[in-house]
Design a protein around this ligand. Structure first.
Ligand SMILES: Cc1cc2nc3c(=O)[nH]c(=O)nc-3n(C[C@H](O)[C@H](O)[C@H](O)COP(=O)(O)OP(=O)(O)OC[C@H]3O[C@@H](n4cnc5c(N)ncnc54)[C@H](O)[C@@H]3O)c2cc1C
Length: 542
């Protein structure tokens, strides 16, 4: 039967994800990456193609498989991925998502990469795990290239290469390389002091590592940075997959995790059976060494969740613009307008925050902006990642029954949404980190208050919120209040940025609904009298 008018919207894919995202374009230019406009527009076009959406669906439908042995019984510990995974990785590495601020440093490089990464997250998320870890490890490794010359000679050029080389080979034979991270053990992930994996000096400059990791994502990476107990205490070590003489390192993959989402990506459990690794920094300084990688991965979690939010909200707005019910388009129904405007506020806030945070990663290490990042990174990692599941669930409902069906892609975004909040420091751990920074690092607190002061006078509710926030942070509140503190910082930053840069209808609606004691339990409960239509128009992906 031929259905003439099925009241179904046209496909979402086939649009330029950059050109159709006003908040992203404006933020990229404002935060220092105006020069990247044409490049981001090209990347937005590539990502928005129906073919790219199809690759993403396929890579997630056909999860990777572990082969521990070859047919002769030799240990191989290989991961077989769907070809779609490799294609997506190649696209992202050509774009430089794993390296561009290091391979092509210039002012605004972090912002440009963040914009590219955010758009990637709208389409596929599993591939972002190894891309992020490689991006995050490179500055740490270049800092240690002075003491381990081979890091600078063999590894860094390959980590910076805009090329994808998935072959299982010693690094010398490869065009590019990927890095992962192994900290979490069975008995503790947040509290890595409980790590039991041991690293003993081997007498030849290397260490022998014995133990396990309970989560070891992207095990096909060419090397991992791990934590292990050396004689001098918990230490950070560089553990390659292949040894310089060409043998496989004793990194034995036990099984792959059967995860809620992130199914295109392989996350493994691993045992180290006398594996060879090299110390980075001093024994006993493992956490201070690896924290430099971790702050970059946390930054990426915030950007990635901003992308998830945009991906879901853009599809919801698109659907509502085309679907009719009770004689009118959904986008014209007053109650749906409230829901859509509320979703669009989350989208604009998350994108704006993510790119402002990116600018602080571009800033010199001794600047006020870098101090701001010390507080803002955990606060925004907490807040943006925490908003994602609620936003994606609400966006799914906008699509009605279609939203619950795999083909719409919303189920995949929904399954993906919680993970950024859990890994790289779960919610509570982030909030306790914010509290520590607020109490112990006066420069970070000062930078935060200075940033918020830039919006003083723009909105009375915002001014009152910032004043109360200052008092709350100065009061030395206890651990039980840490979530309230982090949330208050995040919405203050969002309110201040929107008041300065977004259309007034949007900034007013954000401040009216997110600041003070009005916190909404669900989306779609914005106060009446706001300009919903203007907010929706701005978020519409057209
Ligand atoms: C898909 C996936 C992939 C992963 N890949 C990797 C990887 O590649 N490498 C790696 O090292 N790890 C990886 N992880 C592990 C991840 O980083 C940890 O799961 C995470 O850090 C939490 O550690 P945990 O699971 O041991 O939970 P726990 O540390 O036991 O924490 C459980 C809960 O308690 C909370 N909590 C902890 N301490 C406190 C406190 N003091 N006060 C209040 N609340 C607290 C936490 O916020 C959390 O909600 C991955 C996880 C997932 C889900």
């Amino acid at each position: 039967m031929q259905v003439v008018d099925a009241n179904q919207p046209p496909p979402f894919e086939g649009r330029n994800l950059y050109r159709t995202h006003r908040a992203l374009r404006e933020a990229a230019a404002r935060e220092g990456a105006e020069w990247a406009d044409a490049r981001l527009e090209r990347w937005g076009e590539v990502l928005g193609r129906p073919d790219t959406f199809a690759l993403a669906a396929r890579a997630n439908r056909n999860s990777p498989e572990l082969a521990t042995f070859d047919r002769f019984g030799n240990r191989i510990d290989e991961i077989a991925f769907d070809p779609a995974w490799h294609e997506l990785m190649a696209m992202a590495m050509r774009e430089g998502e794993h390296a561009s601020p290091w391979s092509e440093p210039r002012p605004g490089a972090q912002v440009a990469r963040a914009a590219a990464y955010l758009m990637h997250a709208e389409v596929e998320n599993g591939t972002q795990c190894p891309l992020t870890m490689t991006y995050a490890a490179a500055p740490l490794l270049s800092r240690h290239a002075g003491t381990l010359a081979w890091l600078g000679q063999s590894w860094l050029p390959r980590l910076h290469a805009h090329d994808y080389d998935p072959r299982s080979l010693p690094v010398a034979g490869k065009r590019s390389a990927l890095i992962g991270m192994g900290m979490t053990e069975r008995q503790g992930g947040s509290d890595v002091r409980t790590n039991t994996t041991r690293a003993e000096p081997a007498g030849d400059g290397a260490y022998r590592v014995n133990g396990h990791k309970w989560f070891f994502s992207a095990p096909m990476c060419d090397a991992h940075l791990i934590l292990a107990q050396a004689p001098g205490g918990l230490s950070c070590l560089f553990l390659p997959r292949f040894l310089p003489d060409g043998r496989r390192n004793a990194v034995l993959l036990q099984r792959l995790k059967d995860k809620l989402g992130n199914r295109s990506n392989a996350s493994s459990e691993v045992e180290f059976a006398g594996a060879t690794a090299w110390l980075l920094g001093d024994e006993g300084r493992g956490v201070p060494v690896i924290i430099d990688m971790v702050r970059h991965t946390r930054f990426d979690c915030a950007i990635g969740s901003a992308g998830l939010i945009r991906g879901a909200v853009a599809q919801a707005l698109h659907h509502a613009a085309h679907r009719r019910a009770f004689g009118r388009a959904l986008v014209e129904q007053p109650l749906m307008q409230n829901v859509l405007a509320d979703l669009a506020l989350e989208d604009e806030a998350a994108t704006t925050l993510a790119l402002r945070l990116a600018r602080s990663f571009d800033a010199p290490a001794d600047s006020a902006d870098a101090a701001l990042a010390r507080l803002a990174t955990p606060a925004l990692k907490y807040w943006i990642c925490k908003r994602a599941p609620a936003v994606v669930a609400e966006a799914m409902e906008v699509l009605g029954g279609n939203g619950y069906v795999e083909e719409s892609m919303l189920p995949r975004l929904y399954r993906e949404a919680p993970v950024n909040s859990i890994w790289e420091g779960s919610g509570n751990v982030m909030c306790l980190d914010v509290q520590r920074a607020a109490q112990r690092e006066p420069a970070a607190l000062e930078a935060l208050m200075a940033e918020l002061a830039l919006a003083r006078g723009a909105n009375g509710r915002l001014d009152r919120h910032v004043e109360a926030l200052g008092a709350m942070l100065a009061s030395g509140a206890g651990e039980a209040d840490a979530r309230r503190q982090s949330a208050a910082i995040a919405v203050a930053l969002a309110g201040a940025l929107l008041a300065r840069h977004a259309p007034p209808a949007l900034a007013d609606a954000y401040c009216a609904s997110r600041l003070g004691e009005t916190g909404t339990a669900t989306l779609g409960m914005l106060p009446t009298g706001l300009d919903y239509a203007a907010i929706i128009r701005r978020g519409m992906p057209d």
